[in-house]
Design a protein. Structure first.
Length: 268
């Protein structure tokens, strides 16, 4: 059988809040990886966090991080960055609404101010994971712009969904930004035209893998473009209704090893 390229979201797809992949998930990936298929992490997490999670799942996995802004293929890293104008806009919106805005470089988290609102555990996992010491707080737009050329993407959190909608509208005024969500209480930020799907297309072209031999697993809206670009886009059982409606293929939820179940059923 010609090999497939298989792209897997992390949070809500390979790991839950425990951040530990199940043995069934690891075993299935190892089995079909040994059979010659190419597996990739495709996460919204920054490179340092995505790499740590990839190594928990299967050491040496190639990855797409920062919602397509960063790729790491056999240690060769490519990336794109948010513009100075975009960083200024994000700073202005975040400080106006008093929300958590976390922006990512390859090796750290740059936080705009200190919001009075607390992140839940899922938010902490999606930001710095087990490494809060990597966080740098900036107190001005000029200080944030000093990271231009390094910041690849970001994420904002707000449990007030009405306010979050207002934040989304304010950020949406900046045409050099694209917005998505990995859960109901966040907004994922990337450079315009950059997402997991564009990264997958670039990776497959570089590796000579035809798109008809591609598969992806995901659960959130930031996975939609990925799931509808690959040949086999698979929604997790815990995916939201929008994701399920957009995909032809579905599997069990994360707590019933949906990725392992689909791989075993598909490849036999």
């Amino acid at each position: 059988m010609s090999p497939y390229a298989i792209f897997m979201d992390v949070d809500g797809t390979l790991v839950d809040h425990s951040q530990i992949p199940t043995q069934a998930t690891k075993d299935a990936i190892a089995r079909f990886r040994a059979a010659g298929h190419h597996f990739f992490i495709a996460s919204g997490r920054p490179l340092f966090s995505a790499r740590e999670m990839a190594n928990r799942i299967a050491p040496g996995l190639n990855l797409i991080g920062s919602n397509g802004s960063v790729t790491d293929l056999a240690g060769e890293v490519t990336h794109c960055h948010l513009s100075e104008a975009a960083l200024t806009g994000i700073y202005d919106v975040a400080t106006h609404f008093g929300i958590h805005a976390n922006l990512f470089t390859q090796d750290r988290v740059v936080t705009v101010g200190l919001s009075h609102k607390r992140l839940d555990q899922d938010g902490h996992n999606r930001v710095a994971g087990d490494h809060p010491e990597l966080n740098v707080v900036v107190q001005s737009a000029a200080e944030l712009r000093s990271f231009a050329g390094a910041i690849t993407n970001g994420i904002c959190f707000d449990d007030d969904l009405t306010e979050l909608a207002a934040v989304r509208a304010a950020l949406g005024a900046y045409t050099d930004l694209d917005l998505s969500s990995s859960s109901a209480n966040n907004i994922e930020i990337t450079k315009h035209g950059v997402n997991k799907a564009t990264a997958i297309q670039a990776v497959c072209q570089r590796l000579g893998i035809p798109m008809d031999r591609t598969m992806a697993f995901g659960d959130g809206n930031n996975d939609l473009q990925m799931l509808t670009t690959v040949n086999y886009g698979v929604a997790m059982g815990n995916a939201n209704d929008t994701v399920k409606a957009a995909t032809k293929y579905h599997t069990l939820d994360i707590h019933h090893d949906g990725v392992a179940h689909f791989l075993t059923d598909f490849f036999g």
